[in-house]
Design a binder for this molecule. Structure first.
Ligand code: UD1
Ligand code: CA
Length: 456
């Protein structure tokens, strides 16, 4: 049997500098709580269990994350990182390894953690360190001048001037064999500048016991950045987005400007996809081959098939769009909409909970809701499906080869039968016969000799 892996995520801190009533780890990066980023990463390591240490706003954190697979541990009051891990100790296996992560360090990569875990082979303790330009605020890594091996970690507030000049810092992320954790955690003391129980003091204990303290570095230095303020959160968001954008470019997606795209979820692209600036993708968006998304579009949980173009300023949510369609500019496609192939949706058209079959067009200024439209239908400008009677929603059915004249109201429930033509300006309240012209307007008359009123 493979050895046990336990993960502890520290998330009890207050996050005072966020100036927010929301617990820090619930603030979102790329549309997802910071803690969820860490949890998703942790799960990729298939651990035997994940303990999350919560404190400030803990109940809210539990409720929002809502994940029954987690072990929640409350730390109150918060007396330091060592004290936080101590609260989780009863849940740790006797053997195996514990990986310690921070709930407010969301960008750590899987490869960096795997490397850290590797470094603990032969019963070593593994610490993820980084060499940074400005080490202020971090714990410094103290190494033996001759052997280079790690002797301890000194916190900023406890460091003397020469220690403060050390640029190798403790990221806080470490992997410690459980056997040692069980023996060392209860021995931690708080006789330091902050009167906190420092987890980092276990390094001294390791050295005293001749346990090797191995270090490894993250693949990118930004992986270890934490969020303490909204400024840092905004910076991390840009780092995340640029890194996602660069991955897309490497896979062959044409982003007109990788610094002007936001992906809050997952974006999967086929071959030769082009995305113009300022588009936002949320949830899961899947784009087929040769899809073009023009500037300023927002797509959430959408599938777009090959060769379809979405023109500027379109907003599409929870919809499935077929091949070779043309949507926008300024189209709004609302949830539960399905457009089959070669469909055109034009400017200022709203479509909700409707299915539009191949070759049909709704090109201008229309509302289509709770409607089924057949093939090769042309919906004239300003057509409205009146789907709501003030209490209930009703269906409109428009069969194949229908032509609806402009400025028509279709009062649901109603069926426009195959081949029907509706005269412009009609209000249709009854089902129409197949292949006939139906219209509902009074005859045009001219009143001869009529004069406009005028002031005398
Ligand atoms: C800690 C490390 C320091 C390291 C730095 C990296 C210690 C003693 N120091 O600093 O060496 O360079 O992280 O950012 O470990 N937390 C709790 N309960 C507590 C205290 C903290 O859950 O009682 C959580 C916080 O929510 C946060 C993380 O632990 O996610 C780190 O706490 P923070 O106060 O930011 O770090 P320091 O203790 O200053
Ligand atoms: Ca602290």
């Amino acid at each position: 049997m493979a050895s046990k892996l336990n993960i502890i995520i520290l998330a009890a801190g207050l996050g005072k500098r966020m100036h927010s009533s929301l617990p820090k780890v619930l603030h979102t990066l790329a549309g997802k709580p910071l803690l969820s980023h860490v949890l998703d990463l942790a799960k990729k390591l298939s651990p035997d269990q994940i303990c999350v240490v919560i404190g400030h706003g803990g109940e809210r954190v539990k409720e929002i994350i809502n994940d029954a697979s987690l072990t929640w541990v409350t730390q109150a009051p918060q007396l330091g990182t060592g004290h936080a891990v101590l609260q989780a100790q009863p849940y740790l296996d006797q053997q195996g390894l514990t990986l310690i992560l921070y709930g407010d360090v969301p960008l750590v990569g899987l490869a960096s953690l795997e490397q850290l875990i590797q470094s603990t082979q032969n019963d070593a303790c593994g610490i993820l360190t980084a060499v940074v330009d400005d080490p202020t605020g971090y714990g410094r890594i103290i190494r033996d001048q001759n052997t280079g091996s790690i002797k301890g970690i000194v916190e900023q507030k406890d460091a003397d001037t020469s220690q403060q000049s050390i640029r190798e810092i403790n990221t806080g992320i470490m992997a410690i064999p459980n056997e040692y954790l069980h023996s060392w955690l209860p021995k931690l003391e708080n006789n330091n500048a902050q009167q906190e129980y420092y987890l980092t003091d276990i390094v001294k204990m390791a050295v005293d016991q001749n346990v090797i303290v191995a270090s490894s570095q993250a693949l990118h230095n930004w992986e270890i950045l934490g969020v303490n303020s909204r400024l840092q959160l905004a910076e991390l968001e840009r780092i995340y987005q640029l890194s996602y954008a660069n991955k897309l470019l490497e896979k062959g997606v044409m982003l007109f400007d990788p610094s002007r795209i936001d992906i809050r979820g997952e974006l999967r692209c086929g071959a030769d996809v082009e995305i113009d600036v300022n588009c936002i993708f949320e949830g899961t968006v899947i784009l087929g081959d040769h899809v073009k998304i023009k500037a300023n579009c927002i797509l959430k949980d959408v599938t777009v098939s090959d060769k379809t173009t979405i023109l500027p300023f379109s907003h599409i949510e929870n919809a499935k769009i077929g091949t070779n369609c043309r949507i926008g500019p300024y189209s709004r496609i609302r949830p539960e909409t399905q457009l089959i192939d070669n469909v055109h949706i034009g400017n200022f058209v709203e479509v909700k909970k409707s299915r539009i079959a191949s070759g049909s067009k709704v090109n201008h200024l229309s509302y289509i809701g709770d409607t089924t439209i057949g093939e090769n239908v042309n919906i004239g400008a300003g057509t409205i499906t009146c789907n709501y009677d003030g209490a209930y929603k009703h269906q409109t059915i428009i069969e194949d080869n229908v032509f609806i004249g402009s400025d028509t109201q279709l009062v649901a429930p109603v069926k426009i039968s195959v081949g029907s033509t509706i005269g412009a300006g009609s209000t249709i309240t009854k089902d129409t016969p197949e292949n006939e012209l139906t219209l509902s307007r009074s005859k045009q008359i001219s009143v001869s000799g009529w004069k406009r009123p005028s002031k005398t």
